[in-house]
Design a protein. Sequence first.
Lengths: 340, 291, 245
Amino acid sequence: MRTRVFLLISIAVAALVFLGARMVNNDYVFFAGYTVLQFIVLATAWNILGGYTGYVNFGSAAFFALGAYATVFWHKFYPLPIPFLIVIGGAVSGIVGLGMGYLTLRLRGAFFAIATLALAVVLQTLVVNWDYVGGSRGAYIIRPNEIPLIGPYVQYLFLIQPNEIALIGPYVQYLVLPYVQYLFLLMLALAVIALTIARGIERSQLGYGFATIRDDELAAEASGVPTLRLKLVATTISGALMGMAGAPFPYYIGYLQPSSAFGLEYAVNSIAMPMIGGTTSWVGPLIGAVLLGSLQQIATVTISSAVNLLIVGLLLVAFVIIAPNGIIGLVQGWTRGRAK
Amino acid sequence: MGLSFDLLINAVIAGILLGGFYAAVTLGVSISFGILDIVNIAHPAFIILGSYIAYIVNTRLGIDPIVISIVMLPAFYFLGAGVYQVYYESFERRGQEALRGLSFFFGLLFVTEVMLILVFGVDYRYVEAWYIGPSWRLGVMDFPLRMLVPCVAALALFAALELFLSYTFVGRAISAVAQDQLALRLMGASPIRIKRIAFGISIATTAVAGALLIIIQPVEPSVGREYIGRVFAICVLGGLGSLPGTVIAAMLLGILESFTATFYGPSWAPAVAFGVLLLTLAFRPAGLLGR
Amino acid sequence: MAGPLLEVTGLSKRFGGFVALDGIDLTVAEGERVGLIGPNGSGKSTLVNCICGTLVNETGTVRFDGKAVDGLLTHERTRRGMARSFQLPRPFATLTVADNLRVPLLYTVNARLGRALSPAALDARCAELLQLVALSDKAAQLPRDLTQVEMRKLELARAMAAEPKLLIADESMAGLSQSEVDDIVALLIRLNERGITIVLIEHIMRAVMKFSQRLIVLVSGKKIADGRPEAVIRDPEVERAYLGQ
């Protein structure tokens, strides 16, 4: 019930964000905003596995890249609208997440973490050697400048007749979106979906189950929690969301290379953001992603991209040592201190 | 026919030599991960650090990289002991090594890499030494010294560690840390102190491994990543914490990679280690020599 | 005629070359209070782990409530009505005391009922369990704020929350004071009076003698005695095993 209310509120907030960005009407806002939103999805996805069940995934980049390369594949094979590609990317990464879970199910947490790292390199090697999607040279994706919202596929979906198009012709300028705004809008929707899922899990039976896995798997089993199955659920959801975040990426970047799609910065950011924000609640990754994401956008423009990665790394190390429960933990400690 | 036999035997030799070097890279992890149960995924970052120190001193003063690494041993030992102290105070003592401890090392790996990029850029760096270049030939067999010297140095490192762990008081205490903390206290040794020493030694080996790495191939900061998978694959395959097992597993992986590179092309080689790791984890988590 | 609630036949478990359990046979009847004793390392905890499915035994079978449970995972056995407490308390550290009890309700009771309990029903059951073990005023606290004896009570309450037919209490009194031990024994007897069969694994002989209707003795992975407590402790073989230490 309350999940539905939350969904409505976040849709409203998302609408406001989009309108606000339209008011500024500067392409850079959409470009930068897209990246921040993408990190919200990645951080939230990582946290569903890492924060809730305590299984550390170092291979976020691989799940992200799988989504992106699924798009590259379809772009060459049979171009599809991006919303479909998002679903496909999610399915591919979700299935790989499930397989990953199966392979490492009975291992201790540390082995799982190492195995995810291994998976990332295996997948990268496969992609580098797969010429159809560009191999090590990479692949170009040419994106249109704008997208008519009444495009061919919407027309198909709503069964609009060609003569009706002529009727709405005068209003069509309002129905055409610059492409980057379209991508921004899609990523905004994904962020809403990811946050709603994360919050929904937290308040459900599943959330309790995940927490017991994080705390003590043996005791969880003894309390009737099917730990193996729940771990598979977590790896699948987490992987799928990462893949969905990656699916529009080739259209955003225009030219996709294995080294950029599999970049370590995705792995580091999707760990650092929840760790800095706080891992126990959906708010943590959101705060972490907004703060770190914006900080990096500013640092990339003003200093250099290497320096901003250094900042992320140092913040990660500092936070895990000094503030183990992230910003949420700091705020909670502070309000509790004031209450006393 | 004769040609393919040459190719085969030289692939085996190259694999064994490469494997010897891999053993040097992994011995430290066998101590930290295998014995102490500390998942130091930043291990390769320390190795790269070792490579860059060898590079700086070698280009400025022209000293042999292996000699440099031996001089650097104490510095790396103390670096390791310091890192362990932070790790212990922040994570192990609070029982948070799983999530935050891992993230700590991941952050460390990343920070080291980015700092090296900021200072040295992404250009490949290399060292000069008399044994880089020439080869010994025995009939059809080819022993490039660039590979042979690191392999011999690695085996010497292995022998030294094995002797240390088996025949000294501290060494035996380190072996006991994993199995029996109570016995350790009865011996009058503080487990924390023993673990600090052991972790220090584990990082000290990266000074040597780093020097050997830059002898074998030119190095740039992100090269370390390729070794994360190799190192843990070998460590797991060799049965956690067993040094002889580590050497055998390293040789096996070296041969496997050398074959892959010879017969399928070098771009597939990185996947071999990770593939081996995934399969080992899935089907034989106790390692090759495990029960 | 009803068979025994728990029936273990020919159960063996080895770790490498070490034989931890060697052909154990035992039965526990419905409603019984059984004590299981033995020196350190005699295989008591290993036996519990094999019965509950945490460890896999090489040979032998475990039958529970008339059906073989071999090959079932721990949570499946818990859902069939087998609950345990751990030797060292293993609370869910990031969940409150009340939420610790909610987990078995959500995952075992719901699964058994085949439907979800309403939030109100969940709260009511939590409150009832907390009252049973006298932890009502700690409901909102985290386990780390509890004392030793409260932790043991939470451990038992969590096992009880799964509404088991059989409760296996693994050393729930180690390290407690005499009055605390009496407290726990009284609690266990109260639970038994509600119809729950209990197997108590314990070192504290006073507690075991007070609690048990029947005593089983394990030495080096073998069952050496099984019978009325007074008779068993006078058994020369049992005396030798304990004095020989």
